[in-house]
Design a protein around this ligand. Structure first.
Ligand code: CAA
Ligand code: NAD
Length: 283
């Protein structure tokens, strides 16, 4: 199937990055949000990132303009009827994802693949709400999407070979390197990442070291680009908690259990960079 138009649901941290990368790769993009205000804010984030790329000389002003002209915000799921592929990037909870998948299933052509950017939720569980579980898979992008090379593709026991092959082709057109994982919560990367972030929060909670020293230890001692608490702030503490809860619920292993401090911070609205404050201050 020839894919020209990609629909993206959710224009938050990840959705806006996926919009940018798809449009820069020549796809027409339709993007939807919860309401007009959130859509406006998401599109402004996309524009800012593209303009930053242009000001740093990464893309020409003409390329930036052409990229922006390929992006269209939409106000209802009905408007995704023209999409050849849809990628869902909304909040990490099963119920809202189910609502979106159920509605999309009724709107999209039967041959259209619906992908989810979920970090942890079972692809089979999401697909079960549709009449096209063979055309549902995980297309798990990494944050920040324009920078990170990886695209983790996740196939459920019902995802067809053809669906996987199409997602691999799209990944290549987006300039990403794809890896394939089975539909086991957390897939490859988050199964390893989340216990690591949880442990770092526990060290901090226990007063073993300052947050700066924990981050500096990992950054300078292990040559990671950023320490675990800075990384948790980048991912979003709400998303980190949601993923930990899914993994703990599925595996029941203590290493996936969210520390009380993480839950308290999310309850207090300290979500990391996106809210202006998490382990660090960004205001
Ligand atoms: N959009 C576009 N480009 C961006 C960007 C963004 N949001 N953020 C950074 N960049 C680009 C910059 O333009 C810069 O490019 P050049 O060097 O070519 O000019 C480059 O990335 C480096 O940026 P900076 O110099 O501003 O900052 P940095 O060197 O500190 O790098 C970083 C920033 C890329 C975020 C780096 O710190 C990093 O790689 N951190 C780790 C990120 C990571 O691990 N992500 C995975 C999170 S887990 C996940 O995504 C899965 C999940 O389900 C939770
Ligand atoms: P986010 O909170 O920044 O953005 C989610 C967006 O979805 C919000 O703007 C919200 O308004 C919107 N939304 C919620 N319900 C919607 C609906 N019914 N229709 C349209 N839009 C809706 O979260 P995020 O970090 O972008 O995460 C999105 C998804 O990507 C989650 O499944 C998350 O697990 C996954 N993910 C996150 C990261 C990360 O580092 N943050 C990395 C990879 C994957």
């Amino acid at each position: 199937m020839s894919i020209q138009t990609i629909g993206i649901i959710g224009c938050g941290l990840m959705g806006s990055g996926i919009v940018e990368v798809c449009a820069r790769s020549g796809f027409n993009v339709l993007v939807g949000e919860m309401d007009g205000e959130l859509l406006k804010a998401g599109l402004a984030r996309v524009r800012k990132s593209i303009e930053r790329g242009a000001s740093r000389g990464k893309i020409s002003p003409e390329e930036a303009e052409a990229t922006l002209s390929r992006i269209q915000g939409v106000n209802s799921l009905q408007e995704f009827a023209a999409a050849d592929l849809v990628i869902e990037a909304i909040t990490e909870h099963l119920e809202p994802k189910h609502r979106v998948f159920r509605e999309l299933d009724a709107i999209l052509r039967p041959d259209v693949i619906i992908a989810t950017n979920t970090s942890s939720i079972s692809i089979a569980a999401i697909a079960a709400i549709t009449r096209r579980p063979d055309r549902v898979l995980g297309m798990h992008f990494f944050n920040p999407v324009p920078v990170m090379q990886l695209l983790e593709l996740v196939r459920s026991i019902l995802t067809s070979d053809e669906t996987l092959a199409t997602a691999q082709e799209v990944g290549a057109r987006l300039g990403k390197t794809t890896v394939v994982a089975k539909d086991s919560p957390g897939f490859i990367v988050n199964r390893l990442l989340i216990p690591y972030i949880i442990d770092a929060i526990k060290l901090y909670e226990a007063g073993l070291a300052t947050k700066e020293d924990i981050d500096a230890g990992v950054k300078l001692g292990l040559a990671h680009p950023m320490g675990p608490l800075t990384l948790a702030d980048l991912v979003g503490l709400d998303t980190t908690l949601a993923v930990a809860d899914v993994l703990y619920g599925e595996y029941g292993e203590p290493r996936f259990k969210a520390p009380p401090l993480l839950r308290q911070m999310v309850t207090a609205g300290l979500l990391g960079r996106k809210s202006g404050r998490g382990f660090y201050d960004y205001k």
